[in-house]
Write a protein that binds this ligand. Structure first.
Ligand code: LHQ
Length: 263
């Protein structure tokens, strides 16, 4: 029997590429095929000029239940965790964080373990009212991986992150919004449409400037203020030299809306 595609691709005319994790019967728990397909699709999206924003979401009721626990042991019953992470999750998270396009994680349901890390890795995180984030790793006596130890303390502070991790606390949408784990929460019934409208709004923004903004934020997260100030000065030149900037200034002077979509 042929296996269904682990990641479904959908392109809209308004420049939004949606990547849907597609193992709904396992709450989109990730196996190698899914992780490689997602990373590959993101790399392809980088080169597709017609696609300006990427949305990652889940099929069915879950977003991603983390690593497929049935899929990690070898025949001897052991797992090479380090190698596994290096070959799968590390390139995935690096690709998302380095992508020169905004990535939205649209968290439709439960995001657990490495699925929670994936949910947090978006430039923008949109949650359904049914979204739940669980740093579930300690339930199976593992440490948070796929970037959770880097991302979560920066969002909620070290002690709150540790508490969430230690107790594998279930964080629902209301708390997720309060804690800064997501930017917006939408009703489950309108979630897909609301995400699409948001993504199209983002796609109409100046893409070169947004890519450089993402680059500047990524740099600043690991730098001193002095280094960040200088990096801004360097990247601002790249933004200012781009046709997008000239369009923005022309539109301002002409008292009209800029058309950034043409670039
Ligand atoms: C699953 C999974 C799953 C397989 C639900 N695997 N089937 C990296 C590198 C190397 C190794 C290890 O790990 C990592 C990073 C990690 O991500 S470690 C963390 C791995 N994930 C988990 O431990 C989560 C396990 N799942 C759960 O705790 C629950 O399923 C959650 C809280 C996510 C959802 O609970 P419910 O909404 O009550 O759904 P459910 O438990 O009934 O799950 C539905 C089905 O999905 C069920 O199958 P079944 O045949 O009984 O209907 C689950 O077995 C299956 N499933 N997660 N990770």
């Amino acid at each position: 029997m042929t296996q269904p595609e682990p990641v479904l691709l959908s392109k809209t005319k308004n420049a939004v590429l949606t990547l849907s994790l597609n193992r709904p019967e396992r709450l989109n728990a990730a196996n190698d095929e899914l992780l490689f397909a997602l990373t590959e699709a993101l790399k392809t999206a980088e080169l597709d000029n017609a696609m300006r924003v990427v949305v990652i979401t889940g099929s069915g009721r879950g977003f991603c239940a983390g690593q497929d626990l049935g899929d990690v042991q070898n025949r001897e019953g052991s797992t090479n965790f380090t190698e596994h992470l290096r070959h799968t999750y590390i390139p995935l998270i690096q690709t998302i964080r380095g992508l020169k396009k905004p990535v939205i994680t649209a968290v439709n349901g439960v995001a657990a373990g490495a699925g929670a890390s994936l949910a947090l890795s978006g430039d923008i995180r949109l949650w359904s009212e049914h979204a739940i984030l669980i740093e579930v790793f300690s339930n199976i006596a593992l440490i948070p991986d796929a970037g959770s130890t880097w991302m979560l303390p920066r969002l909620v502070g070290a002690a709150r992150a540790f508490e969430m991790m230690a107790f594998a606390e279930k964080i629902g949408a209301e708390d997720g919004l309060k804690l800064g784990l997501c930017e917006q929460v939408y009703s489950a019934g309108t979630f897909v449409d609301d995400v699409q409208v948001y993504a199209e709004r983002l796609a109409a923004r100046p893409l070169n400037a947004l890519a450089l903004t993402k680059q500047a934020i990524n740099f600043a997260l690991g730098s001193t203020l002095d280094a960040a100030l200088d990096n801004e000065a360097v990247l601002q030149q790249l933004a200012g030299d781009h046709a997008e900037h000239k369009e923005g200034v022309r539109a301002f002077a002409g008292k009209r809306k800029p058309d950034f979509g043409q670039f």
